[in-house]
Design a protein around this ligand. Structure first.
Ligand SMILES: [Zn+2]
Ligand SMILES: [Zn+2]
Length: 170
């Protein structure tokens, strides 16, 4: 299974797209992906090529880098691809944003474009909120939920407390 674009079924002009795909169906395998992938947008067919502009959205599940609490956040990405009905010029096969479908193609598979866009949109830095206060480096209390004596002692602001994940799992 896959996310297939049937070129013969495209009307001239704008063809709306609204699909819900399971991650398995498009070969998307990542711990952070926590549900179906919603794909909306349009494929615009213009005589000899198709312009694909899709918004991709899937629920994400993460663990905060600072306080180690799990949190959910939608992963959003855009997929912009042009499908050309011609063979690639040698060397251009992997050109970003272009699919060379070939002159007799009837179906184009967009699974890889969609799953790659989701993977690229997964944040490297994962904070449950921008101002997450993290864990106290001394007693490991979650400072988003409560204040311990250590945090209160130095007034809190502008501390560079380093990386609280050290030893916090023991
Ligand atoms: Zn946090
Ligand atoms: Zn403390």
């Amino acid at each position: 299974m896959a996310m297939k674009l049937h070129l013969g079924a495209l009307e001239p002009g704008r063809n709306p797209v609204d699909e819900r795909l399971s991650p398995e169906r498009i070969g998307l395998d990542h711990d952070a992906v926590a549900g179906d992938v919603r794909v909306t947008g349009a494929v615009t067919w213009r005589e000899d090529h198709a312009q694909v502009r899709l918004a991709v959205e899937t629920p994400g599940r993460f663990v905060c880098d600072r306080c180690a609490e799990p949190f959910s956040r939608t992963i959003e990405a855009d997929v912009h691809v042009v499908v050309l009905m011609e063979d690639p010029v040698p060397g251009d096969e992997d050109e970003d944003g272009v699919i060379y479908a070939g002159p007799v193609a009837t179906v184009v598979d967009l699974s890889r474009e969609i799953s790659e866009a989701v993977l690229l949109a997964i944040p490297m830095r994962r904070l449950c909120r921008p101002d997450c206060r993290g864990l106290c480096p001394i007693c490991y209390m979650n400072l988003n939920e409560a204040t311990c004596e250590h945090a209160a002692a130095d007034g809190g602001s502008d501390r560079d407390e380093g990386d609280p994940e050290t030893d916090s799992q023991r």
